[in-house]
Design a protein around this ligand. Sequence first.
Ligand code: GDP
Ligand code: MG
Length: 163
Amino acid sequence: MSFKVAIVGRPNVGKSTLFNRLVGRRIALVDDTPGVTRDRRVHAARLQDLRFDVIDTAGLEAAAAPTLEGRMRQQTEMAIDEADVVLFMVDARSGIIPDDQTFAELVRRKGKPVILVSNKTEGRGAEAGVFDAYSLGLGEPVAISAEHGLGMPDLRDAIADIM
Ligand code: GDP
Ligand code: MG
């Protein structure tokens, strides 16, 4: 069985963008509308020398839970249960918001290894947002830009430490 990496976080932080980058093509739907990914997707991925399976998660699933929040939670929990490591993604541009805290609490409760990833760090002005991520209590954030491919060596090292 191959090593599984789940990308978890609230809508719109850039999970599907990273998924597509790791998979090497555009599979997950990326959209400005929060929660636009409709399926939980698992795909073979590569990051430099590392090979693993990556799981994209999202919000608007046709799962049993009656509320949107419940469906998001259920999808996220299933992905975490399947995963060997969780990439918990936040958005350095928006900073930490209450939804991040909610998802972080869920991740913490599951007890799986977590790599905190602060996305959208390209350009100026992202430092404060990256620093803000320490407040989640999930360790030191790995700063990346999923869209621009920045921070991939650091992400590779963080995953390799757990593999
Ligand atoms: P998801 O809901 O977490 O899967 O997020 P998506 O991957 O769909 O991305 C949400 C939005 O953030 C889209 O408009 C992306 O183009 C944008 N985005 C993703 N990664 C980055 C990044 O590294 N930098 C910037 N500036 N925008 C990004
Ligand atoms: Mg998505």
